[in-house]
Design a protein around this ligand. Sequence first.
Ligand SMILES: [Ca+2]
Length: 119
Amino acid sequence: MPVAPLWVSSDVTIGENRPEAPVGLHLDPASDAVWCNSDGITSDNTPTLTGAAGSTEAGATVMVYDANGTTVLGAGVAASDGSWSVTTNVLSDETHDLTVKAADVAGNLSVAGDAVTIV
Ligand SMILES: [Ca+2]
């Protein structure tokens, strides 16, 4: 059986029709009220994550994943300006490395965007 050269399965080929990964992910300041509003230390077990305008495609479904990259903790739809807000399911009291992916209206899933660590 012929072996395909490595470049055929590169991310460039696979990612052709994928939307851009969401950018600018951060914990909503209202969900980050413990200590200071930007350190990711929170006692909120259902934190809200937000992305600024332009962080993803308008109408894209933004999904928040736990550290394993497969467990979806919450999802929301981006507004017409590409901003979004997702409140997660109840999280356990430990450190979570959360990432987000966007699925466009055609169902193409982006690669994971920036990770945010919450404690
Ligand atoms: Ca905090």
